[in-house]
Write a protein of this length. Structure first.
Lengths: 351, 271, 294
């Protein structure tokens, strides 16, 4: 029994030390500044984060999400001690309405002038950019494994091909997939017309879904890289981050000719942020031409938002800004989102 | 419970049913197959699951180039020991309270302690998330610690209660007759008697906490990434087979940890 | 005096569970009767919409599917676990045999799911073997369907069923089997009529501890399931994190809670003698099962 008691004492001692460590860790965290960033997976290269950390002598905690909905739910549920997050336009307007954002003092952003005025014009979700600074304008497209699939149209109709059944995947993202179908049918990605939404739902449910392996907004790129699927709807940056560089030649990434929902992701500072100045510095840092070019090169993006970075970019892009010509920015549809929810539930849940 | 069952029956007889033995070994093969596959792939030099040659490269990457993973690991350790300490303290006291004394709310306490254990994890996670959002508590390591302490409590309570139930109550009576006061009885008699139960409760709480994914997934926030959450992100993103190396290390760790306890397990199980 | 001390000892636990268990449950009960907020959260307005919404054919379909999959997975688990428990109980090397069951069980749960993805994937271990044996040229699609979900669920909860079955069978007086045989029963009959009724409590414990977590499964269908494998756990999570319908997430959670606790209490109350056996802690089981509580 004596032995046991010793063991127990040691154990509780150990646990006590751990708790003390946590407490001291918290104290320590308060002194050296930490910037909490909540971002999409594969959206800011580690090298950029490290440069920022080094230059300002701070620590960056970088957590990730896979869809706007997930990000919003987490913040709404009280994870709001992040400093910066990267919502798409429709969620910027929601977050402004919900009072979740801090106003941004643009006079402190030396590099604001680098942002393409055509991009700024599209920020009708936040006129005058009082709360949000554009990060990147792009769109999800389709990646095809050319070694497995040779003849195909650059169209959403690829998902209707029965010969590729169980070798295709789409995002588990309501607005993205519904938007693709709506565009394919010639409607707006922001439609609130019940008939159009139903039509899009039936197209996905009856024509596309039987050929899909699954809906997955997280592992689609990994499944594609592992050869699990041959055709993936998703983000170029994720696809190319997962595929081995030596195999990049086997991948064709295209934005379907019908267009689809495009997104204008913006950087916003969350209400209650304890590091507003540092967050502003980060936003400004991103729009330095050489940093923005590094970001675009890392992911194979065209430099859509930052003008001077276009000249500094070294690598190729997976798609050209012109490819987005038929795409349409997603907007918040307010209470009509219920129609989308119902349609999406039928798609996700049904057989 | 069943330990009261017939002692006479506890003589071993050679198993005559070879069918059940065969099934047993097939099942063991089934249980171990995934572990072997992981260990096998952890030595693969290629990134995909196709064999491309023997290599230690993923182990090297695991040790040298995975700072985020180690941060998640240290978070897990902190949460595991922190929540085990808290739940063992609270749960053991409650077990002593209900085992040694009878009071009005006794049945209520034991039933209530039992319910969290039978709720699906998703419900516990969702209700805690909504609760934290409601009271305005910021998600992070603190909320993870609270959640882990909560789901550990029933296990601690039941394990310590089981230990106290089988100890001889007359010892406490004797101590009281000899003039020991409540504090003395608690520290000199009851706690030492319950010690093996408390110890196994503590270890159980540590392992439970290290394992948890679903509840943590809901209640975590900035800087609150634990090892299972990190493993989840490794499954979903990134083809790095560092996860294979990590899994192999964890399998080896489990074997080393459980093997010395095998007799301990049997003593408990076969009683 | 004595009475107050007992309560005093239990007080921290009572308070903790009230604040962090009962209160959250009450909040979700309350939320399930409120109107959903447009952008998540709730409006302070009474509504039974969250319950009427559950009559939606989609949700009924998922409920039915979850029930069906849980029953199949539980039944398979018990069926496989029974001979295993028996074999361990009748073995001379109980410790080693238990150890072998427990090792995979104590390996991190996500790591084990990941291992199954590595085995069953199109370019995975099993397909590699099949191709090497020239049994197939194209990859066989094992992953991302209901069968894969059930397989992995059975894998996850097998040790969970084996342990309580072992501890009840171990207490069984095997001479009874001989007696039955002497009286003319076939071997199969003697198992069915003598062994099974005597290990009922073990079967109930094993069944409950397998069924309840499987019914609330979230991670397994998410990771190895496909477009047809959505379960209740996933729908709860989606209502919270995607469609921003907190009341519906709450009402489905409440339904799951009522169903599972109801089931446990129903079984426990039916026979007073069994109550103790279901509720009472079996340290070996608790000790080992703990690591697999999913």
């Amino acid at each position: 029994m004596g032995k046991l008691r010793k063991v127990l004492l040691n154990l509780s001692g150990l646990a006590l030390i751990c708790v003390l460590l946590v407490l001291s860790g918290c104290g320590g965290g308060g002194q050296s500044k930490t910037l909490y960033i909540f971002n999409w997976t594969y959206y800011t290269p580690d090298s950029v984060i490290q440069k920022f950390e080094k230059e300002y002598g701070v620590k960056v905690v970088y957590d990730t999400f896979a869809s706007n909905e997930e990000m919003f739910a987490k913040l709404k549920a009280g994870g709001a001690n992040y400093d910066i997050t990267f919502p798409s336009g429709d969620y910027v307007s929601i977050m402004i309405k919900e009072g979740m954002l801090e106003k941004i003092d643009k006079s402190k952003l030396k590099n604001f002038g680098n942002i393409d005025s055509k991009v700024l014009e599209q920020c009708d979700f936040d006129p005058g950019n009082q709360y949000s600074i554009p990060y990147y304008l792009g769109a999800a497209g389709v990646a095809v494994n050319k070694t497995k699939v040779q003849n195909y149209d650059h169209s959403w109709s690829i998902f209707a091909r029965k010969d590729l059944a169980n070798h295709m995947i789409m995002l588990d993202d309501m607005r993205e997939v519904m938007g693709d179908a709506l565009k394919y049918l010639g409607y707006s990605v922001n439609t609130t017309d019940q008939k159009q939404i139903d039509e899009a739902r039936d197209l996905i449910n009856n024509v596309w879904k039987p050929n899909l392996l699954k809906f997955d907004a997280e592992a689609f790129a990994k499944s594609f890289a592992a050869g699990e699927v041959w055709v993936a709807q998703g983000y170029a940056e994720s696809i190319f981050a997962e595929v081995d560089k030596s195999n990049w030649g086997t991948v064709d990434f295209f934005i379907p000719k019908e267009g689809g929902p495009s997104y204008l992701d913006s950087m916003v500072i969350l209400k209650g942020s304890k590091n507003k100045d540092l967050a502003l510095k980060f936003i400004d840092f991103i729009h330095r031409p050489e940093i923005y070019a590094e970001f675009c090169d890392y992911f194979g993006f065209p430099s859509t938002a930052n003008v001077p970075a276009r000249a500094l970019k070294k690598g190729e892009s997976w798609y050209r800004p012109e490819d987005l010509v038929n795409c349409e920015l997603k907007k918040d549809v307010g209470a009509d989102l219920e129609k989308y929810n119902a349609a999406w539930q039928t798609i996700r849940v049904g057989k | 419970m069943l330990r009261k069952g017939g002692v006479a029956a506890r003589k071993f007889m050679p198993a005559r049913s070879s069918l059940s033995n065969t099934i047993y070994w097939v099942v063991i093969g089934f249980l171990f197959l995934p572990l072997f596959v992981l260990v096998f792939y952890s030595f693969n030099s290629g990134r995909q699951t196709t064999w491309q040659g023997f290599s230690f490269v993923w182990y090297q990457k695991l040790v040298m180039e995975s700072p985020e993973l180690w941060r998640a690991f240290s978070n897990s350790i902190i949460i595991a020991f922190g929540s085990a300490l808290m739940s063992t303290a609270i749960g053991s006291l409650a077990a002593v309270g209900t085992a040694r004394y009878s009071f009005k709310l006794k049945n209520f306490v034991s039933t209530m302690s039992f319910v969290p254990m039978i709720l699906p994890e998703i419900v516990v996670g969702v209700s805690l998330l909504i609760f934290f959002a409601g009271v305005g508590l910021k998600l992070g390591l603190l909320t993870v610690w609270i959640a882990h302490t909560t789901f550990n409590l029933p296990f601690v309570y039941l394990l310590v209660s089981a230990r106290l139930d089988e100890s001889d109550p007359s010892i406490v009576e004797a101590a009281r007759d000899l003039g020991a006061n409540e504090v003395q009885i608690l520290f000199r008699i009851i706690l030492p008697m319950a010690l093996p139960g408390i110890l196994s409760a503590f270890l159980t709480a540590v392992t439970l906490s290290l394992e948890d994914f679903v509840i943590t997934f809901f209640v975590t926030g900035p800087g609150g990434t634990t090892l299972p959450l990190y493993i989840y992100s490794m499954i979903r993103f990134g083809v790095s087979p560092v996860i294979n190396a990590l899994s192999a290390v964890m399998v080896a760790g489990t074997v080393l940890l459980v093997y010395p306890m095998r007799n301990f397990l049997k003593v408990f199980a076969a009683r | 005096m004595k009475k107050q001390i007992g309560l005093l000892y239990s007080l921290p636990q009572i308070v903790w569970l009230f604040v962090f268990f009962a209160a959250p449950l009450c909040i979700i009960i309350a939320y399930s009767f409120l109107k959903k907020g447009l952008y998540g959260g709730v409006e302070p307005q009474f509504s039974v919409e969250a319950y009427t919404a559950m009559a939606n054919p989609n949700i009924l379909l998922v409920t039915w599917r979850t029930l069906k999959m849980s029953v199949i997975a539980t039944a398979l688990t018990i069926l496989i676990a029974l001979p295993c428990g028996y074999s361990i109980a009748r073995s001379k090397n109980q410790a080693i045999r238990l150890f072998l069951v427990i090792v995979p069980f104590w390996t991190n749960f996500l790591v084990r799911i990941y291992a199954w993805i590595a085995i069953l994937g199109n370019e995975g271990f099993l397909n590699d073997i099949l191709r090497a044996l020239h049994l197939t040229t194209e990859s066989v699609q094992f992953l991302y369907n209901q069968t894969a979900v059930i397989l992995v669920l059975v894998y996850m909860y097998l040790p969970y069923a084996i342990l309580p079955l072992f501890s009840t069978i171990d207490k069984f007086d095997f001479t009874l089997l001989d007696a039955a045989r002497d009286l003319g029963a076939s071997r199969f009959q003697s198992y069915l009529r003598v062994l099974l009724p005597n290990i009922k409590s073990g079967l109930v414990t094993a069944g409950l501890f397998t069924f309840v977590p499987i019914f609330g499964a979230y991670a397994v269908p998410l990771l190895v399931g496909g477009k047809d494998s959505y379960m209740l756990g996933n729908i709860i999570a989606d209502q919270l994190t995607k469609t921003r319908n907190w009341p519906l997430a709450s009402s489905i959670s409440m339904t799951v809670t009522v169903l599972t606790t109801g089931l446990v209490f129903f079984i426990a109350m039916r026979k007073p003698r069994e109550q103790e056996q279901v509720f009472d802690a079996d340290p070996a089981f608790m000790q080992t099962a703990s690591a697999g509580k999913r």
